[in-house]
Design a protein around this ligand. Structure first.
Ligand code: UDP
Ligand code: MG
Length: 319
């Protein structure tokens, strides 16, 4: 494709990627340099305990247009991504992972699709998931199944590997919530979309840093920030139990009146268990929403930056 004059930013969150981040960045930078004159690569070190930051510092000596940002601790991928996006100032932004699961050779195609179609968002959709363990596959199915049922957004196959036009980024930055679920937010934004299919590559090194806990947390966050359906379920369960208890009450009274009062504790115990569990579930759901409100109300910064460095040839590092 022809070279373009627009400025493109590539944003990459990195956590414990020290072993290969330098080679990944070299490859990414060669692909972007093949189509763009003006570009920047913004890497956010999400408080990695390994040598990621040192490797990034070394990279800034070699890789042109590289800007690196270090967060003060591990804030999680979502917030590292926020930090990167808020520090990117291209006409378009490409978001990708540092572990090469998002093939860098698609960068020119992403840019070409953005330039030739009317699309404001070019998404890379996973054709097949890499050879993941059955547990992860099931986890992903369950995760996306629940989210699409509850929120109405079809996110299956969606990845964070995408290009956003500057106007989408501007719209995104007007979403003030602190509990961010990036894929969901982009789905909510709308705009003209194009899709490119890609095969998820193997992780070059290391293992995924998602644990069952962090995935569950992300799933709850996704549901709570995009749907109030769980709250409605609580009300529905409330109504059903109310009706059931009226019927049970009438029956018990009836037994009493005709003189065959209920014997034994079974009913009592069962009822107690059921009611207690319904109350627990309801309280838990309410708690989730209150926690979400609490987090938003605290109004804390989403992340904190401890250091910024850039390649010496890069343009003045604004903001
Ligand atoms: N990541 C991050 N902070 C974290 C966990 C992950 O910035 O706390 C980055 C990681 O370096 C990678 C991307 O997010 O670039 C995706 O992470 P990973 O490969 O572990 O997840 P998966 O590919 O399994 O979704
Ligand atoms: Mg990965």
């Amino acid at each position: 494709m022809d070279r373009i004059s627009d400025k493109v930013s590539i944003v990459i969150p990195a956590y414990k990627e020290g072993k290969h981040v330098f080679t990944s960045l070299q490859l990414i930078s060669s692909h972007i340099a093949s189509v763009c004159d003006e570009y920047e690569i913004v890497v956010v070190d999400d408080g990695s305990p390994d040598d990621t930051w040192e490797q990034l510092l070394l990279s800034t000596k070699v890789i042109r247009h590289l800007k690196i940002i270090r967060l003060s601790r591990n804030f999680g991928k979502e917030l590292a991504l926020c930090a990167g996006l808020e520090n990117a100032n291209g006409d378009a932004v490409i978001i990708m992972d540092a572990d090469m699961q998002h093939p860098p050779h698609l960068i020119p195609q992403l840019i070409a699709t953005w330039k030739t179609s009317n699309a404001d968002i070019v998404e890379c959709v996973k054709r097949k998931r890499g050879t993941e363990t059955l547990k992860n596959k099931l986890g992903a199915k369950l995760f996306y199944g629940i989210i699409s049922k509850l929120t109405g957004y079809k996110l299956e196959g969606a990845s964070d590997f995408k290009l956003l036009d500057k106007k989408v980024l501007l719209a995104w930055s007007s979403m003030a919530e602190r509990n961010t679920f990036f894929r969901g937010m982009v789905a909510w934004l709308g705009f003209q979309k194009e899709q490119i299919e890609f095969d998820v590559e193997e992780r070059v090194e290391g293992s995924t840093s998602w644990s069952i806990f962090s995935l569950t947390k992300l799933a709850i966050q996704a549901v709570v920030s995009f749907s109030t359906f769980p709250l409605r379920i609580v009300s529905i369960i409330g109504v059903i139990t109310f009706l059931a208890s009226i019927i049970l009450g009438i029956q018990t009274l009836h037994h009493k009146i005709i003189g065959s009062a209920v014997t034994g504790f079974t009913t009592v115990i069962l009822l107690q268990l059921i009611i207690a569990s319904i109350i627990m579930v309801s309280l838990g759901t309410l708690g989730e929403y209150i926690a979400a409100i609490y987090n938003e109300v605290k109004g804390r910064p989403r992340y904190l930056i401890s250091q910024r460095v850039q390649h010496e040839n890069a343009k003045v590092y604004s903001n």
